[in-house]
Design a protein around this ligand. Structure first.
Ligand code: NAD
Length: 503
């Protein structure tokens, strides 16, 4: 594994071109600055140094990109699915070939630790391979004969779609949303998050180098309230796949109402990890720590609430404090770093504001609760104990390396606390009582639940949340359900009676 110094040297060569030319939009196969000529600056969260300027797209750029996606749609839709499969596999090959570049650029742009981002780049390639292999069967349907008709169903791609992604693990999430859209036969306009534009540009370049026809995938950078909003309102865009905050999802639903947009939302979470006294406590401890402090806690599926049974709470929390204080916060390109800086000053201010909220609400800061270092947006991994379910730290998505611990007496109380938030993305249950696990998971309000495990993603399974955590599911065939329309065709099998009017 490369050392920090080696990684920094490689990074310099990888991002030099962005420093010089900036991150441009890509529309109809052409790299273009924003039509308005405007750009914005992008800085690294590690030391606030300048990375690059970024095209500040607005409604005019979105309009050009949507037109390009519309023009490219018929040919891409009608391309033999075997050819689409080949192109998507070639994209995966090129991601693997450039995984080092992608990982280092992503770390520098987002502050995520290299140990996680190197895997995330490869996960992006797997996403392309998974949906590439399913492209040939995406249009398959059913035969549903009736007495007079041979009814068949098939699926067709919905049309040009908009994909709007957030700044946390932006490369992996972009592949996760875009690969199935392309496999289904849709064309795409992608609006990446303004805080992390670099790897979206690399991914786009990879796709066209791999043979994706011009206009099939268009990239427009810019701010949510300008470029993002225009994308959700554009009449040529048939659906919006969105990953981000719940309140942004709500705005997008309103913005898309006039053009009757189909929407798919992957939104926020305040996910519980529930530890019962009969659990394997060593493994539960490892998983609880991993699921909130990896990826800087900037992870929608993070277990940000620890619900621990009273009988074991003191010992479990004491062990937790010891481990949390040993988590290595440092430069994201240092291979030994476990936690890097938060994405941006705005987010740093939000996360650190909860340190005061915790104190004023009467919780205890058992670990962390302060900035780490003087430059960059580093915070110490933080643990709040003595929290009660109604406190803001137990209700609101902090989206940082901050765990709120709450104790419970029995199963009933654990369930009430677990379900007592507006979100319902994931839940993690630790118990060795099988019937309890069955009972509890049946009533737990979450789209995804793991029992005696951290979050281990298996691509054929459905991914998504309930309540304020989302609408719709990704993964397996569920992604195609979103990007495609069901079509029914009934063929008369004989001379059945047709009602005659006006005779
Ligand atoms: P965000 O909602 O602020 O921004 C996400 C994207 O939406 C950005 O590209 C932004 O420019 C765009 N946007 C903002 N306002 C818009 C508008 N009015 N119209 C159209 N687009 C607009 O989210 P964020 O802060 O970038 O990301 C963090 C959030 O994402 C967290 O809440 C996290 O839980 C969530 N998330 C959820 C999942 C999931 O699968 N459920 C995965 C990752 C992140």
């Amino acid at each position: 594994m490369s050392t920090l110094q080696q990684n920094l040297e490689k990074l310099e060569t990888y991002i030099a071109r962005f420093k010089q030319d900036g991150v441009l939009n890509q529309i109809a196969g052409e790299a273009r600055p924003a039509i308005s000529g405007e750009s914005f600056d992008n800085h690294s969260p590690v030391d606030e140094s300048f990375i690059c300027s970024v095209a500040r797209g607005d409604a005019a750029d979105i309009d050009a990109a949507a037109k390009a996606a519309k023009d490219a749609f018929p040919a891409w839709r009608d391309l033999d699915a075997g050819n689409r499969k080949k192109i998507l596999h070639r994209i995966a090959d090129r991601i693997v070939a450039r995984a080092d570049e992608i990982a280092l650029a992503e770390c520098w742009d987002t502050g995520q630790a290299h140990r996680f981002m190197s895997k995330a780049a490869l996960r992006g390639a797997e996403n392309f391979r998974f949906f590439a292999d399913r492209a040939p069967s995406a249009r398959d349907g059913h035969v549903l004969p009736s007495p007079t008709l041979m009814n068949v169903t098939t699926r067709v791609p919905i049309g040009p779609v908009g994909v709007i992604t957030p700044w946390n693990t932006p490369f992996m999430l972009s592949t996760w949303k875009i690969a199935p859209a392309l496999a289904a036969g849709c064309t795409v306009v992608h609006k990446p998050a303004e805080f992390s534009p670099v790897t979206a540009r690399i991914l786009m370049e990879i796709a066209e180098e791999a043979g994706l026809p011009a206009g099939v995938w268009n990239l427009v950078n810019g701010f949510g309230e300008q470029a993002g909003k225009a994308l959700t309102e554009h009449p040529d865009i048939k659906a919006i796949a969105f990953v981000g905050e719940s309140r942004t999802g709500s705005m997008i639903m309103k913005q898309g109402a006039d053009t009757l947009k189909r929407v798919h939302f992957e939104l926020g979470g305040k996910n519980p990890v529930i530890v019962f006294e009969d659990a394997d406590l060593d493994r539960a401890l490892d998983a609880a720590i991993f699921m909130i402090y990896s990826l800087n806690g900037e992870r929608c599926t993070s277990s940000s609430r620890l619900l621990v049974q009273e009988s074991i709470a003191d010992e479990f929390q004491a062990r937790l404090v010891e481990r949390v204080n040993q988590i290595k916060v440092g430069h994201p390109l240092d291979p030994s770093t476990e936690m890097g800086p938060l994405i941006h000053k705005t987010h740093f201010d939000k996360v650190t504001s909860y340190f005061d909220v915790a104190k004023s609400d009467g919780a205890t800061i058992a670990a962390g609760g302060e900035r780490a270092g003087d430059t960059g947006w580093f915070v110490k991994p933080t643990l709040f104990t003595g929290a009660r379910p109604g406190m803001r730290i137990a209700q609101e998505e902090i989206f940082g390396p901050v765990l709120t611990a709450i104790t419970f007496k029995d199963e009933e109380e654990a369930l009430e606390i677990a379900n007592g938030v507006e979100y319902g993305l994931t839940g993690y249950v630790w118990t060795n009582d099988l019937t309890r696990a069955l009972r509890f998971t049946n009533k737990l309000e979450a789209g995804m639940i793991w029992v005696n495990s951290e979050n281990v993603r298996h691509l054929p399974t459905p991914f998504g949340g309930v309540k304020a955590s989302g609408i719709g599911r990704d993964g397996g065939d569920w992604s195609f359900e979103f990007y495609m329309e069901q079509k029914h065709i009934g063929f008369a099998t004989g001379q059945h009676h047709i009602p005659q009017l006006g005779t």
